[in-house]
Write a protein that binds this ligand. Structure first.
Ligand code: DLL
Length: 433
């Protein structure tokens, strides 16, 4: 009974991992060159041929792919195998423009399931667990991804999908779910609902949670852990690369191990495209090393983060990525200052609030207005007006300290901000520029 799903690779010497990457990379570039005219043309435009790529260090010669390419090539332009070899399609939850879609062969799904199974085992899961999957099922990859990992590991899978929180709780309690998989914002909502239904953390059968698909703060993690009486693990992924399980957290909770046998990571300067040294903060770029149907090379995720290779006491040798602060396209520029919603969340949680908030931005007379609505807890709601005003000012100071700009905070009644069953929508940007 190991703590790893595939120990041999998860704990392989770095040189072994590097040589696997090298071999798969060269094969993959050839596969793409031969089968994806769209990318081949991009290579030719950059003056690179497949024969110029002799080792992994030549990767920087290759062109990047971005969401714009995926939209342009929609629907089949980046497909590298006959459609009849594909068994599944997933799509991003994007709301603007054409949705991005990704294709999978049977083999692609099989490798993806391995990645998700590694994440479940890293969270302490075994075949004896009851794995409650409350990520959405459907075009979104969350439900299918964790479901696949759970099956492969042999857990009893509860495919509840998202929504209908009362039913979630009934099944969780009756069927003694031990691992909860959903977005962190839905986990917070489920925790709140369990609390309201009168359950204490030690009555809740869960022992672990596997939460991802959106940025969440360390403070939010501690809060969910306390309320559910569990250890909460982060998981990362994106539709374009398969879905959840591109990287996953181990019990050290010090960043997510990237499944390096399948994904090669680079950090680049988002403005110049230059590759940055390990440890520098920048945009995360991934190359899928062995996916067959939709093999993206140098895909720009827009996620801002950092890589580190230092030794992890869990025994895994896969490089780790720190929690992404958010996508560069979630980043707000308010009065010229970069603001990530997760920074505001940190202030709220430090001052004892639940992560129920909304940021509203507008532009009045050429100046950005910056309003933050924060929900009071029922206990705080009974405070006197002067106490509430003091709370409001403390939040404004906290936000000013962390961002260097002033926000106007308003405290609103408990339950007045809509809860999320999937990825939370924290920002309303009314600026028309
Ligand atoms: O969110 C896949 C997924 C499902 C991951 C379930 C984890 C769990 P997309 O809808 O394509 O796929 O969105 C991908 O979500 O580029 C990040 O910006 C963000 N994201 C995903 N996981 C995390 C995380 C799924 N753990 C986009 N922390 C990515 C921060 C995350 N951001």
């Amino acid at each position: 009974m190991g703590m790893y799903y595939q120990e041999e690779i998860e704990c392989a010497p770095v040189e072994t991992i590097k040589s696997i990457q090298e071999e798969r990379f060269l094969k993959q570039v050839r596969h793409v060159w031969d089968n994806v005219p769209y990318y081949r043309k991009k290579m030719e435009e950059k003056g690179v041929s497949v024969d110029d790529i002799k080792s992994l260090s030549d990767i920087s010669k290759l062109p990047f792919l971005s969401k714009a390419d995926l939209r342009e090539a929609y629907p089949y332009g980046l497909l590298a195998v006959p459609l009849s070899d594909c068994v599944r399609i997933h799509s991003t939850s994007g709301t603007t423009g054409k949705r991005v879609i990704a294709f999978y062969t049977k083999e692609d799904i099989d490798l993806w399931d391995d990645c998700a199974a590694r994440a479940i085992v890293a969270a302490g899961g075994t075949k004896d667990d009851v794995c409650h999957v409350a990520y959405g099922y459907g075009l979104f990859t969350g439900g299918a991804g964790l479901d696949g990992g759970s099956h492969k590991l042999g857990c009893l899978t509860l495919p509840v999908s998202s929504g209908n929180t009362e039913r979630q709780i009934m099944f969780m309690m009756d069927l003694k779910a031990t691992i909860l998989c959903c977005t962190p914002s839905y986990a917070a909502y489920i925790a709140e609902s369990l609390e309201e239904a009168g359950y204490t953390p030690d009555e809740i059968p869960l022992k672990a949670g596997i939460f991802g698909a959106e940025a969440w703060s360390e403070e939010m993690r501690r809060d969910i852990e306390k309320k559910l009486g569990i250890k909460a693990y982060d998981i990362y992924g994106l539709t374009e690369l398969s879905g959840p399980g591109v990287s996953f957290e181990c019990s050290e909770q010090k960043g997510m191990h990237i499944n390096e046998d399948h994904f090669y990571a680079e950090i680049i300067d988002p403005d110049t495209g230059k590759v940055l040294p390990e440890g520098a903060e920048g945009e995360l770029v991934f190359t899928a090393l062995d996916k067959k149907a939709f093999p993206l090379l140098r895909y720009r995720t827009r996620d801002i983060c950092m890589l580190k290779r230092d030794k992890c006491s869990c025994g895994r040798t896969f490089i780790r990525m720190v929690k992404p602060k958010g996508r560069s396209d979630d980043m707000l520029i308010i009065r010229g200052v970069n603001v990530f919603p997760s920074q505001i969340e940190t202030v709220l949680m430090q001052q004892g609030y639940a992560p129920n908030y909304q940021i509203v931005i507008d532009r009045v007379k050429n100046t950005d207005t910056f309003d933050v609505k924060v929900e009071l807890s029922p206990e705080m709601f009974t405070d006197s007006i002067s106490d509430i005003d003091e709370r409001r000012r403390a939040l404004e100071t906290g936000i000013h300290n962390i961002l260097g700009i002033k926000a106007k905070v308003s405290l609103v009644a408990p339950k007045s901000i809509a809860r999320s069953e999937g990825k939370a929508v924290r920002v309303i940007d009314n600026r028309k520029i």
